[in-house]
Design a protein around this ligand. Sequence first.
Ligand SMILES: Cc1cc2nc3c(=O)[nH]c(=O)nc-3n(C[C@H](O)[C@H](O)[C@H](O)COP(=O)(O)O)c2cc1C
Length: 177
Amino acid sequence: MKIVVIKGSPRKKGSSNMLAEQFIKGAAENGHRIVELDAAHMSIHPCLGCSSCGMNGECAIKDDNSHIRDELLSADMAVFVTPVYYFGMSAQLKMVIDRFYSYTIKLSSKHLKTALITAAWDSDDEVMLYIKEHYKKLCRYMNFTDMGMVLGKGCGTPSMTAVSRHMEEAYILGRSV
Ligand SMILES: Cc1cc2nc3c(=O)[nH]c(=O)nc-3n(C[C@H](O)[C@H](O)[C@H](O)COP(=O)(O)O)c2cc1C
C-alpha cells in the first residue's frame, strides 16, 4: 500500500511526530511505501469558502496543498497526525482537511483506509473525546475506513511520550496495516 502520513504539529520533533515515527517503522517493516508530508511546514492556506471548485474542481488557491491532494488521490491509506489543541486537531491539519473541499467527491470515492495519531498533555478520560468523535464523523462522511487510532494521552512532551505505552501502540498499529 501507499500510505500518506500528514503531520500537523509545528514541533518537528514533538510528541505526535514521535508516535507517527513508530507507526511508520511498523508499516515500513510490513513493506508499505510511506510518504511523509509535514503540512505544518508547508505553505498551505485556509479554504476561502469561495465555492469556485464546486466541491469537484480546481481550487482557487495555488499553494503546496496541490501536492497533498495529488499524493492523497494516489494513496491507499492516509494517517492524520496532530497534537490536541483545545480538544481538537491543530489548525495546521484542519487547513488540509478543509481544503479537501475541492476534491471531496474524488477523495470520498476512493474509500481510503485511514488512521489517527494524536498527542495531548492531559491524561483524563475526556481529553480525546471530541477529536475522536470528529475523526469518526469525518470517516463516515468521506467513506474512509478507520484502521485504528493512537490517542496519546499524557504525551505532553517528548520525554513523557518516550516512556508512554502509546509508542508501542503506534508501532503495533503500523504493523497491523
Ligand atoms: C495551542 C495549544 C493548545 C493545547 N491544547 C491542549 C488541550 O486541549 N489538551 C491537552 O491535553 N493538551 C493541550 N495542549 C498540549 C499539547 O497537546 C501537547 O503538548 C502535545 O504533546 C503537543 O504535541 P506535539 O509535540 O506533537 O506538538 C495544547 C498545546 C498548545 C500549544
